[in-house]
Design a protein around this ligand. Structure first.
Ligand code: GLY
Length: 374
């Protein structure tokens, strides 16, 4: 079944398998780190720092730095998918529970480790949020090196996206047109990309066409609690692929992509940031926990607010996905997704989140609001 058909066939049931999405004993608090599914290594690094007695914010920032440094994660940091002009533009936020401080940066160019930059905003300024050129100049003040964040892999995907933008007659300035041999347009684009990227495998080209067609919104959110019950969190991202320059998503918005209240717990989000901003998701999840909801129910309630913004219109809801992660001060945690399954490179998979409570990180299944039927 083609992806579009599969989406339109999605079913309507608010279904949450009771066993899915929430873990933790609620007993004595263990050092615990959770994150989006791309954070297995990040959670492990963060947990090691907690075990060594390090601060919870230093732990999560050090954890996500691994993901920001990784050129293979095309949703975060170096190698992130760029804006419509081919410039990688990063957003990040941090919150430190014990001191109740926070910092954030938005639409930053040329700085790889923006979670750490957000921590610097928190530590070295009286401000909360710096954006654009001001954020880059702030980084320069502190001697942070500037680099081109666009890898060849991300540039390939960007060119594939440019070639996919066609007028109503199918014309694009980015491939041959009237002078091209008779052939399928996709094949033409693929051939012209192959000439420019001779090293690219068929698999890489297929990935480039896939992200050109379905702009992804990956991100990493990472939350930690230590044995003393101290909490922190961070969210870092390259945001929505092919965005208009200057678009800022939910990740650097305190109360949307991240919220930590030392008395209650922490929450964060990945997925289509605009939908989260509309409901102040991070804050909503923490407030739900304050009023007695479990982390899982708190996330699902936030998800219901997103669904309600579209009056439950499944056709519209099927066009995006969003995830919440929640970690309560007593160590109980949950992950939740809008949909029970997500498409990735032509395959449907159950949404998961990463957890580390010592040793290797593991993936746990997210709870979900809506069941996607193939
Ligand atoms: N949640 C990441 C973004 O939308 O930018």
């Amino acid at each position: 079944m083609r992806r579009r058909d599969m989406l339109l066939a999605s079913a309507a049931l608010p279904a949450t398998a009771a066993s899915l999405g929430q873990s933790g004993t609620g007993g004595p608090v263990k050092n615990t780190v959770i994150s989006s599914a791309n954070g297995l290594a990040a959670c492990k690094r963060a947990h090691e720092i907690l075990e060594a007695g390090g601060d919870t914010l230093e732990a999560v920032v050090s954890g996500v730095t691994l993901v920001e440094d990784d050129p293979e994660d095309s949703s975060v940091g170096y190698g992130g998918l760029p804006n419509e002009e081919g410039v990688v533009e990063l957003d990040a936020s941090v919150m430190h529970g014990p001191s109740r401080r926070c910092g954030a940066v938005g639409a930053v160019h040329n700085i790889k480790n923006v979670a750490r930059l957000a921590k610097l905003v928190m530590e070295q300024t009286g401000h909360v949020l710096l954006v654009g050129d001001g954020a880059t100049r702030f980084a320069r003040t502190w001697g942070i090196p500037e680099i081109n964040l666009l890898t060849e892999k991300s540039r390939l995907a960007w060119v594939a996206w440019k070639q996919s933008q066609r007028d109503s007659s199918g014309h694009t300035n980015w491939t041959n047109w009237l002078d091209m041999p008779d052939d399928a347009p996709r094949k033409q684009a693929q051939n012209s990309l192959r000439r420019q990227f001779p090293e690219a495998s068929d698999e890489l080209l297929a990935w480039a066409f896939s992200v050109a067609k379905y702009p992804p919104t990956g991100t990493i959110n990472c939350l930690a609690v230590n044995e003393k019950g101290e909490m922190s969190g961070t969210t870092t991202t390259s945001g929505l692929a092919w965005k208009i320059p200057g678009r800022v998503g939910d990740s650097p918005i305190i109360g949307a992509g991240l919220f930590v209240d030392q008395e209650i717990g922490a929450a964060g989000s990945t997925g289509l940031g605009e939908e989260n901003i509309r409901i102040c998701g991070g804050h909503t999840v923490v407030e739900n926990m304050r009023h007695g909801m479990s982390p899982k129910d708190a996330c699902l309630d936030a998800m219901k607010r997103i669904a309600r913004n579209y009056n439950g219109d499944l056709k519209k809801l099927s066009r995006f996905d969003i995830n919440f992660y929640a970690l309560r001060k007593d160590g109980v945690f949950a992950g939740a997704s809008l949909w029970s399954g997500r498409m990735s490179h032509g395959y449907m998979s159950a949404p998961k989140f990463a957890v580390n409570q010592g040793g290797e990180s593991r993936l746990e299944e997210c709870a979900y609001l809506l069941e996607r039927k193939v």
